[in-house]
Design a protein around this ligand. Structure first.
Ligand SMILES: Nc1ncnc2c1ncn2[C@@H]1O[C@H](COP(=O)(O)OP(=O)(O)O)[C@@H](O)[C@H]1O
Ligand SMILES: [Mg+2]
Length: 361
């Protein structure tokens, strides 16, 4: 799969901009604030129908523009050219087209053009709350399994409705038992599907993360990763029953797959509490490269890799390991941002890969 060109109108700092790509490795260079990250994000948008960084579309619109448009041509794995257009219109309407045919459901687009973005600021995957790690899991599984995304959308919708009901009821208004039961049943149905999928997926993902961690960090360390879910302790319908009084009291749903966690452990301690910055970055890269690897296996072709400022944030030996990896993945299109085009060219020089430099001024 190959991104041939992209055209941005009114997207973030791009009033308008067009780029075409003709090497496997594309360096996007320029001083800070020139739009390097925004260009990667636009590529992410084209592939996954959303910004990597925000769900608030208003933040993606150029200040002086009423909406935005991202348009691109991708040569897919069957060597066919696919034309994708994403439009966010004034008034908040979002549209997505593949070869001029509008998608009725955007979820149908997800997974057709897989991509993985690595930004070192993503360290919140390690340091942040559990929702960051669920987002990581979900982003990957959604690109593999269309039904998973449907179930996730459904689950979140029911969850919001159930929480609204709990709030309403705690206001002393009439207790709608039938409605609560019906929400419970729907939550259990989609929650169980999501849980089963996460369990199967993490069983594949975690060994890959550990393998990448060892090769990036360059030393075997005692790292452990586990998937934790309340649904492992009891059946979901039982959990909901037991939690009922608490739910009514707190006015929200306290049990379910929206509480799932990926636990990283280093030498028997919480990883984020004791790991060094370097170890955290290694783990972050390992998570992302494992995601890349599994997507590639599943799809039978390589996702686009988007690497944001990775050379600024990694030390020499980790850069070396990463570049060795990228250059060995000969079928993968890679976009790398860097403030320093000479450094980038030097790092890639001597490898078998050509590099195209795009200088943003
Ligand atoms: N909605 C927007 N409208 C206009 N400019 C924006 C918008 N969002 C971000 N920017 C600008 O984009 C620039 C940052 O671009 P970015 O891609 O992060 O730069 P870098 O090259 O450092 O990666 C900033 O100057 C910021 O003000
Ligand atoms: Mg940037």
């Amino acid at each position: 799969m190959w991104l041939n060109s992209i055209k941005l109108t009114g997207y973030k700092n791009y009033d308008s901009g067009s780029f075409s790509f003709h090497e496997r490795i594309v360096g996007i260079c320029g001083r800070n604030g020139r739009g390097k990250t925004n260009l990667l994000d636009a590529i992410n948008y084209l592939c996954l129908a959303r910004s990597y960084f925000t769900r608030t579309e208003a933040l993606n619109i150029h200040f002086s523009s009423p909406g935005f448009r991202i348009e691109g041509t991708i040569t897919d794995d069957r060597n066919e050219r696919q034309h994708i257009v994403c439009i966010f219109r004034e008034g908040g309407k979002k549209e997505l087209y593949l070869n001029d045919i509008p998608y009725e459901k955007f979820s149908k687009h997800i997974g057709k053009f897989p991509c993985v973005l690595i930004a070192p600021d993503d360290i919140s995957l390690i340091n942040g709350n559990s929702d960051e790690r669920r987002k990581y899991l979900d982003t990957t599984i959604c690109q593999i399994d269309e039904n998973y995304l449907q179930q996730l959308i459904l689950y979140n919708k029911i969850l919001a409705q159930r929480n609204a009901l709990l709030k309403y009821e705690s206001g002393g208004l009439k207790y709608d038992e039938v409605l609560l039961q019906s929400y419970n049943q729907k939550l259990v149905e989609s929650g169980n599907i999501i849980h089963t999928e996460r369990k199967a997926f993490t069983a594949r993902l975690f060994p890959a993360i550990l393998r990448y961690y060892t090769s990036i960090a360059g030393s075997p360390e005692s790292v452990n990763i586990s998937y934790e879910s309340q649904l492992q302790e009891d059946a979901f319908d039982q959990l909901l029953k037991s939690s009922r009084t608490k739910d009514l009291h707190t006015q929200r749903t306290n049990v379910g797959i929206h509480k799932d966690e990926i636990r990283f452990v280093l030498e028997q301690n919480p990883f984020k509490a004791i790991a060094s910055q370097g170890q955290k970055k290694s783990l972050l890269f390992a998570c992302k490269l494992a995601e890349y690897e599994i997507l590639k296996e599943e799809k039978g072709f390589a996702p686009i890799l988007l690497l944001d400022d990775v050379f600024e944030k990694l030390d020499e030996s980790r850069i070396h390991n990463l570049i060795e990896f990228i250059c060995s993945e000969s079928g993968t299109q890679v976009f790398i941002t860097d403030t320093d085009s000479e450094r980038l060219q030097k790092i890639v020089a001597g490898k078998d890969s050509g590099i195209q430099i795009i200088q943003l001024n």
